[in-house]
Write a protein that binds this ligand. Sequence first.
Ligand SMILES: Nc1nc2c(ncn2[C@@H]2O[C@H](COP(=O)(O)OP(=O)(O)OP(=O)(O)O)[C@@H](O)[C@H]2O)c(=O)[nH]1
Ligand SMILES: [Mg+2]
Length: 420
Amino acid sequence: MNEQETRQEKAILVGCQLPHITDEHFENSMEELASLTKTADGKVLTSVTQKRNRADAATYIGKGKVEELKALVEELEADLLIFNDELSPSQLKSLATAIEVKMIDRTQLILDIFAKRARTREGKLQIELAQLQYALPRLTGQGINLSRQGGGIGARGPGETKLETDRRHIRNRIHEINTQLSTVIRHRSRYRERRKKNGVLQIALVGYTNAGKSTWFNRLTSAESYEEDLLFATLDPMTRKMVLPSGYSVLLSDTVGFIQDLPTTLIAAFRSTLEEVKEADLILHLIDSSNEDYVGHEKTVLRLLEELEADDIPMLTAYNKRDQKLPDFIPSAGRDHIMVSAKFEEDAETFKEAIQRYLRQELLTSFEAHVPASEGKLLSRIKSETMVDRFYFNEENERYDISGYVQEEQSIIGELKKYM
Ligand SMILES: Nc1nc2c(ncn2[C@@H]2O[C@H](COP(=O)(O)OP(=O)(O)OP(=O)(O)O)[C@@H](O)[C@H]2O)c(=O)[nH]1
Ligand SMILES: [Mg+2]
């Protein structure tokens, strides 16, 4: 770790509450901004908020507030200001003229966190692209707001590279990234095709950031993933095998956390990352039942799934963190759901059983067959390619009496039919 990273930057958060935003929604979003700041290694000194009929076209907050903010920056020796909304290029410019301190907005903050966390090549490229596209209209002449900021929050690129600040270089780099991305995306879709052909069911874990997706991904697949009490710990989808209690294997994917008011630049950049979700046979929607805004989180995820055209995929809702669930928590009506906690060991089995039940109910059909003991190859295929309930050797006729569940379009059905 270098010096810049070990030293926490001290931030003042600035928010503007417009008439259509309820107090509750506004408070939640300011709290979320504080969590995001912490995740980006920043320390929140205080928040400055203002109710307005509209954001000031020139300075976002009112002129009086700007003066107040300027005094506060000096008094508290703040390193940077973080604005709760995306600022226009001209707002950033006038604010930078009025107050001599580094400033970033919500979008830059999220981009910064994404930049630090991206691990795969595709993730890194997508984030760098989003950062450059964000920066381009905000370059002022050859002097630029970004370069004035030096390093630290808001100026980090993926893989610890420093963000490019020259317009011509940025354009070249954007072009280069687009070319590289199209290659990576082609590879990914070919890989996905291959997995589909193998007939293995794909399950995607989705949910608001910090819901516990990676934690459960690890529990359910007993694999090492990246689990941390920070927002956006996961940026790239990861896929691993999960073995259900019956012995049936499926593929489980961990995905990037959703968030409300996701900047449009990012939605575009993440479309291909979330393609994984669109291809899933089943979606596991994890919701943090201990978060005050669990209802809002659920809605945000459902809306984004709709935007991704993934809302017709069967979905099992899992309310997580039941060990800390709010006293007045109520699951939303009309959805298949379970309550779990990663803190309770027994819940892993409960979770897997619920997945198994749901798969049977939504995606599989039952079968019964009597397969001769001599059909060794078929018998082993049945064990791995179907969800077996009963596998009984009948000594009288030297056949196995088998019952279980199978995917309708599986090639194994043709073989099974001979012995049904
Ligand atoms: N108390 C409690 N904490 C949990 C539970 N499940 C997960 N956590 C904690 O919640 C935090 C977030 O968990 P992650 O698994 O990283 O969350 P995520 O949904 O993958 O988050 P992103 O990748 O950022 O979208 C971690 O500190 C976990 O240890 C739970 O059931 N109870
Ligand atoms: Mg995660």
